[in-house]
Design a binder for this molecule. Structure first.
Ligand code: ZN
Length: 417
């Protein structure tokens, strides 16, 4: 995952353009992708697909022709969606187009202007402070023209057509935790799921933030009623502890599963209520859709000083943290996939477990007592209204133990899904 982050890091992504396509090309080496290109001007819900932005070069050069700020060194140096410019001007005039972070003088900020035609540069405060007054050449070799918005999907087929969507944004340039770590975790999560033949069909969405999710929702009206659960992955690789943000519904299946898995794992974590800000849960949970989509991150957006700066680089994300985020996703989806409601087919008095070999089946296990309790709990609660996660929560037993008990009871013909 870290290697993937490092490969994607230099690319100049934005909400449209060749940086997104190059990103999807690389992700496509790991996963087969369905690619989509949606023309500029396409109405999508209350929005319109914007013009496509591409950039080849950008710099500020001093009178001697020396590049003092150079897009080739970092994609963050140019204001995202900058209109083209080619001019010479005094530093006093140029300052109005420069963005710095005085509180972190060695860091370059990340800034965009998607919906207002502007040009600008982002640079370290200490670089700016070192510039003498005088004339500077500024050049942004970009195009803003009718084109397309690009996004991609990867589907892991399940045993049922009901879907779980996993979404991550691919619109930030050289920022590692805020976009690339989520892309890397989603990519390896899809690969892991593909080996397991899951219950649900898992749809992975690699799309630019906001406009990409809105475009997907606008083009998938018929599919939305099949979406049972969803997870937005963002800020998935910093060394902070995990944060799960509930769906707008607050008690959706994914909300209960994530809360259970995080608590049962003993990991330090935080669970926060839904807010109409953050990442694409904003779109999936808008009241017209109101999907059961939560968001998993480590330190949430804007919660760390490196957020939206050049300090959010591949060194800021760790392989261990991404592996930990991936492990929690796999645990959660494993619970989501096995959570079923059963009906006790022998509900009058306790059925005789010994006669059916069910005590023998668990006798040698080190957790034999727990396994036996799990059978009694599953039998007791399987009235068709309570699922296995309900039973795990009510009994305090691990979900895996409860699910294993249900498997044994179902095999013995005592319960039926
Ligand atoms: Zn961001």
């Amino acid at each position: 995952m870290h290697e993937l982050v490092e490969r994607l890091y230099p690319l100049c992504r934005s909400i449209t353009g060749d940086g997104v396509r190059a990103t999807l090309d690389i992700v496509g080496e790991y996963l087969p992708l369905q690619r989509h290109e949606v023309p500029t001007g396409t109405p999508v819900l209350d929005w319109t697909v914007p013009q496509e932005w591409n950039i080849r070069d950008a710099y500020i050069a001093d009178a001697a022709g020396h590049r003092v700020v150079d897009f080739a060194a970092s994609s963050l140096h140019v204001l995202g969606y900058s209109v083209p410019v080619s001019a010479t001007m005094p530093l006093s005039e140029l300052r109005g187009h420069l963005h710095t972070l005085p509180e972190h003088p060695s860091w370059v900020p990340y800034r965009t202007s998607y919906y207002e035609p502007r040009w600008g540069f982002c640079l370290a405060q200490e670089t700016l402070d070192a510039l003498p007054e005088g004339e500077y050449e500024v050049r942004v070799d970009s195009t803003l023209a009718d084109g397309h918005l690009s996004y991609a999907e990867h589907i892991v087929p399940g045993q049922v057509a009901d879907e779980v969507i996993v979404s991550c944004h691919v619109c930030h340039p050289s920022l590692a935790n805020d976009n690339l770590a989520g892309v890397a975790v989603a990519t390896f999560l899809a690969r892991a799921l593909a080996r397991e033949r899951p219950w649900y069909t898992y749809r992975f969405l690699f799309a630019p933030g906001t406009i990409g999710a809105i475009t997907w929702l606008a083009r998938n009206a018929e599919r939305i009623e099949r979406v049972r659960h969803g997870l937005v992955l963002a800020c998935a690789g910093d060394t902070g502890s995990l944060t799960y943000k509930r769906s707008r519904r607050g008690d959706a299946g994914i909300d209960r599963v994530m809360a259970h898995v995080l608590a049962a794992s003993g990991r330090p974590h935080r669970i926060t209520e839904f807010t109409p800000y953050g990442y694409d849960e904003r779109q999936f949970c808008s009241p017209g859709f109101d999907l059961g989509v939560g968001s998993l991150s480590r330190t949430p957006y804007a919660g760390y000083p490196e957020y939206h700066t050049s300090a959010d680089n591949p060194d800021f994300v760790s392989p261990e943290a991404m592996a930990d985020t991936l492990a929690v996703c796999r645990e959660a989806f494993s619970v989501l996939d096995r959570d079923r409601r059963y009906r006790n087919l022998s509900p009058y008095g306790e059925p005789q477990l010994g006669r059916r070999g069910l005590y023998d089946a668990i006798g040698g296990r080190s957790d034999a007592k727990q396994a036996q309790m799990a059978m009694l709990w599953v039998l007791s609660r399987s009235d068709g209204d309570h699922g296995l996660l309900d039973i795990a929560e009510r009994s305090g037993l691990p979900f895996d133990t409860v699910a294993a008990a249900a498997d044994a009871l179902a095999a013995a013909g005592l319960i039926k899904a």
